[in-house]
Design a protein. Structure first.
Length: 156
């Protein structure tokens, strides 16, 4: 398995996670809304608006990540999103929060535990990998080391 195929799989995994999380929050946003209300971060009407907005953003970013649309911007946005999720999971883990995170809407079963922290860390690492690989590929293309006359992009 080459680095390029690993990057492709990472794109599909992260894109799928974002897409599914966005869809599930659209269908049943209650857990995330309850978390936002519990911490008094937003009023109820704004909590629903925020939840639906982040759901749509996740769906769009998931699709864009898989199809490599606006690659640099999407990668930075996905890194910011997963970095934020990692930060929240770390705070929840160290403060010993005992409720579902709301990441998957009403279907959330995850607690703020070490597994959540590790999962979000892996997502951040995968996003960094994609970003690094795309930058290397872009540089090789600019320097003319990758032959773009075929579909595989074989290095000369």
């Amino acid at each position: 398995m080459t680095k390029i195929s690993v990057t492709k799989y990472f794109r599909w995994i992260l894109g799928g996670v974002l897409f599914i999380a966005g869809i599930l929050k659209l269908v049943m946003p209650d857990n995330l809304v309850e978390v936002l209300l519990f911490f008094e971060l937003l009023e109820q009407r704004f909590a629903y608006l925020f939840t639906y907005t982040i759901s749509v953003v996740e769906i769009i970013m998931g699709i864009a990540l898989v199809y490599k649309k606006e690659s640099q911007m999407v990668q930075k946005s996905v890194l910011f999103l997963f970095g934020g999720f990692l930060g929240i999971s770390l705070i929840g883990y160290f403060d010993n929060w005992q409720f579902a995170c709301g990441c998957l809407g009403r279907f959330s079963f995850g607690r703020f535990d070490l597994i959540m922290v590790l999962r979000n860390t892996v997502f951040v690492i995968m996003t960094l990998w994609i970003s690094y690989e795309d930058n290397i590929t872009k540089r090789l293309l600019q320097m003319g080391y990758i032959n773009t006359n075929n579909k595989r992009g074989i290095i000369k």
